[in-house]
Design a protein around this ligand. Structure first.
Ligand code: LIP
Length: 300
């Protein structure tokens, strides 16, 4: 008789331990990037002159990978600075599922370069393959707001909370807004100038239907602002699995909904997040303009 495969999603007690690990690692890396900012800001560019990476992105990812491998050698690791497919788990058997740590060592890299106080470290543990839209989901997430010194975190079924700098915890809940016309919505723009122009054209169709826009520069923090009710919704076309993985779970465990556009799963194509009172209105509005941005963009 074949044995039942080991359940991929651990029980709540183990998930709580993994959530605590994610919080501690994200908080340590956030302290590290803040403390070292003044001395190690060597910058290089990636996809464009404005798509930058600092040596601290790499140093932060090295620190996070080391801590996670020490604690969880059986898991795969997928970080922004790898820009490659997730590493295979060290001891995965053929056909076994995998848990993968999906990490953005500094989300809001341009803000970090400028000292604009909106950058974070995002650490998530996901089930499935984070490179295939619709084939993965976060089960633990932690977003360390590096400047505020707090960590927004969640585990599947465990709610969403913020660990304050003094160690106390407070629960998170999305806003109760029910009217999009008076809702505050966060968004962002990509590093490619032509795509940024299309994103601005899409925004031009949206902005008269909402209260106002906020552009913070960190998707991970934007999603946590949705979870905390500091904005009523968020959408963006062009963010990556490492930008969204932890914030996704913080939003849904805070009572929000997070999807892609036109009923698709969240992906680099589009992410939409909001509380239950305005999600449908916001999604319908974004669905109507997403093709403006997609034009000329190879679909993932
Ligand atoms: C950033 C995202 C943000 C987006 C920026 C950038 P990075 O990630 O978090 O939402 O608007 O263009 O992609 O590059 O700082 O890790």
């Amino acid at each position: 008789m074949t044995e039942n495969p080991t359940p991929l999603v651990p029980d709540d007690a183990e998930l709580a331990r993994l959530e605590a690990l994610a919080v501690d690692v994200a908080a340590e890396a956030a302290r590290f990037v803040v403390d070292r900012r003044a001395v190690e800001l060597e910058v290089t560019t990636k996809s464009s002159d404005v798509d930058i990476v600092t040596v601290m992105d790499s140093r932060s990812q090295e620190l996070i990978a080391r801590r996670l491998r020490e604690a969880r050698p059986q898991d795969a690791f997928f970080g922004e600075e790898d820009a490659a497919a997730p590493e295979a788990p060290s001891d995965s058997g053929p056909g076994e599922g995998r848990l993968t740590w999906v990490v953005d060592p500094i989300d809001g890299t341009v803000n970090y370069l400028y000292g604009y106080p909106q950058y974070a470290v995002s650490v998530a543990l996901v089930e499935g393959d984070p490179t295939v839209p619709g084939r993965w989901r976060p089960i633990v997430g932690a977003v360390a707001d590096a400047v505020a010194g707090v960590v927004h975190h969640a585990r599947l079924g465990g709610g969403a909370h913020t660990r304050r700098a003094d160690g106390t915890e407070t629960g998170l809940a999305v806003s109760e807004a029910t009217d999009l016309a008076t809702s505050l919505v966060a968004t962002g723009f990509g590093y490619d100038a032509a795509k940024r122009r299309r994103q601005a054209l899409a925004l031009a169709e949206i902005v008269s239907h909402i209260r106002d826009i906020r552009r913070g520069g960190s998707a991970a923090l934007d999603l946590c602002h949705v979870a905390a009710g500091r904005v009523d919704g968020y959408y963006e076309m062009g963010i990556n699995p490492w930008d969204m993985a932890a914030g996704w779970l913080v939003v849904t465990e805070a009572g929000g909904t997070l999807t892609g556009a036109q009923g698709e799963p969240p992906s680099t194509d589009c992410v939409i997040a909001a509380g239950p009172g305005v999600y449908a209105e916001l999604a319908a509005l974004v669905d109507g303009v997403v093709d403006i941005v997609r034009e000329g963009t190879p679909r993932a």
